[in-house]
Design a protein around this ligand. Structure first.
Ligand code: FCX
Length: 435
């Protein structure tokens, strides 16, 4: 057994004892009341899931095992000559709960490199889809085709002890994370680069190699991918992709089935697809205005038109956050350092000055500030990755780190099948009438 796996087992066993004690001694303690509005309005604010990997504060933003994004950028190991954190380090932190050493990160890079082989039938399944298929659909099809490789599914079919579920989940997690960049890059090169695929470079880190397989050799793009893969990885457990992965996983579906389900949620425009919607929205605004840099007044008029057409302003608002998303700020800092004069980036920044007061005026938008998706597209376009329908796939590769580390914890803690109670509106009417 590898030392990270052993370490995880020790941590999970320890926490298991604590959780059993919590449930035994405080199991009947009430966390909060649930209102009728919460039941109808997406269960906002109801504490109902345990996710160990990260915790979201409405004002401060995400913390991964207690570390904010600026702290991760400072403390996590970097690639040689690089300044951005390596996603391997974040994965280690989420899984083990401690900051990794350089050696831990190198161990993970090498392990994922060794496990990255994708069987041909996965590419065949992707090839069977029309080229016009959305990249996110190709992505989930690729993940589903890879399910043939699930160590858990095989072991379960043969019959295993409950106590060993975590071990197979760990193996599936490591294999799936190792293989996702290859699948994603394959989809990109198939759809946009005439099927000219690029073989992996075993000398590179996970995100650097992903950039390489996508066809981008610029060191700046590799750094962007490292940052991108870190900031999109996890956002506690209630968001659609994390919650879906956890929910499907609770039926003992393996990592492939669970993650593919989560990715179908990420593909929704109110969630991960918003990153493509943002750049689409900015590009159509620029086109409508005849190109060039729009003024604040022109942006304001375009925002108002978007709203009066009954559409949302993509990249703004959040179900939990109530301040500018630190993931937006991290990308803004990256842009200030690497591409301060980029026109699209400047538009993103002017949109940032313009949109919040207009959304505030509406009086109903709980958070008028930008989220992670408001900035990412402009950075990608700068380096030449202009095919915005692909952006959510990048988000998906990153999201695997958080949701799969969480699935390992779900199995490590032996969490139950998720099965909340639902009611009908008839039931609700009788309830409010006190019947
Ligand atoms: N533009 C216009 N209207 C907005 C808005 C926006 N950006 N954000 C919220 N609103 C509206 C809602 O549509 C809702 O209107 P309604 O009462 O007429 O239905 C009202 O304001 C209250 O919504 P609110 O409680 O503030 O927000 P929710 O928790 O319901 O929804 C999302 C949160 C993120 C879905 C919402 O703000 C939105 O649609 N934003 C645009 C899409 C987006 O950027 N999604 C990415 C989010 C995230 F970062 C991710 O998961 O990737």
């Amino acid at each position: 057994m590898g030392y990270i796996k052993e370490k995880f087992k020790v941590k999970a066993d320890d926490l298991n004892v604590e959780v059993k004690d919590l449930v035994k001694n405080h199991g009947t303690k009430k966390i909060e009341d649930v209102t009728v509005a919460q039941v109808y309005q997406g269960m906002r604010g109801i504490t109902g899931i345990v996710t160990e990997t990260s915790l979201l504060d409405a004002n401060e933003g995400i913390r991964f095992r207690g570390y904010s994004i600026p702290e991760l950028r400072e403390h996590l190991p970097k690639a040689p000559g690089g300044a951005e954190p390596l996603p391997e380090g974040l994965f280690y932190l989420m899984l083990i709960g401690e900051l990794p050493t350089e050696a831990d990160v190198q161990y993970l890079s090498a392990m994922w490199g060794r496990r990255s082989h994708v069987p041909n039938h996965v590419f065949d399944a992707i090839e069977a889809l029309p080229i016009s298929t959305h990249p996110m659909t190709m992505f989930t099809v690729g993940i589903m085709a890879l399910q043939t490789e699930s160590a858990f599914a095989k072991a379960y079919a043969e019959g295993i002890n409950k106590k060993d579920y975590w071990s197979y989940m760990y193996e599936d997690t490591m294999n799936l994370i190792a293989r996702l960049p290859r699948i994603a890059a394959y989809i990109y090169r198939r759809k946009y680069k005439g099927g000219q695929h690029i073989q992996p470079n075993g000398m590179l880190d996970w995100a650097g190699n992903f950039a390489h397989m996508l066809g981008y050799s610029d060191e700046g793009f590799k750094e962007l991918m490292r940052l991108y893969m870190v900031i999109h990885a996890d956002h506690e457990g209630g968001n659609v992709s994390a919650h879906t992965t956890h929910l499907v996983g609770s039926a003992l579906s393996d990592a492939y089935l669970s993650f593919a389900a989560g990715m179908n949620g990420l593909a929704g425009p109110l969630h991960g697809l918003a990153n493509q919607e943002v750049i689409k929205w900015i590009l159509s605004m620029r086109e409508e205005l005849g190109g060039g840099m729009p003024t604040k007044e022109q942006i304001e008029a375009y925002v108002r038109k978007t709203l009066s057409d009954g559409k949302v302003v993509p990249g703004y608002g959040h179900a939990v956050l109530r301040k500018t998303d630190p993931r937006f700020t991290a990308q803004m800092e990256f842009a200030k350092k690497h591409l301060p004069n980029d026109e699209l980036v400047k538009i993103v920044w002017t949109v940032y000055e313009t949109v919040p007061p207009i959304l505030q005026e509406l009086g109903k938008v709980k958070n008028p500030w930008p989220n992670v998706d408001a900035h990412s597209g402009a950075l990608l376009v700068h380096y030449g990755l202009v095919e915005y329908e692909f952006y959510t796939v990048l988000f998906g590769v990153s999201r695997a780190l958080g949701v799969l580390a969480s699935l390992c914890w779900d199995r490590g803690l032996g969490l139950s099948l998720e099965r909340p109670k639902s009611v009908t509106t008839e039931w609700m009417k009788q309830f409010v009438e006190g019947k």
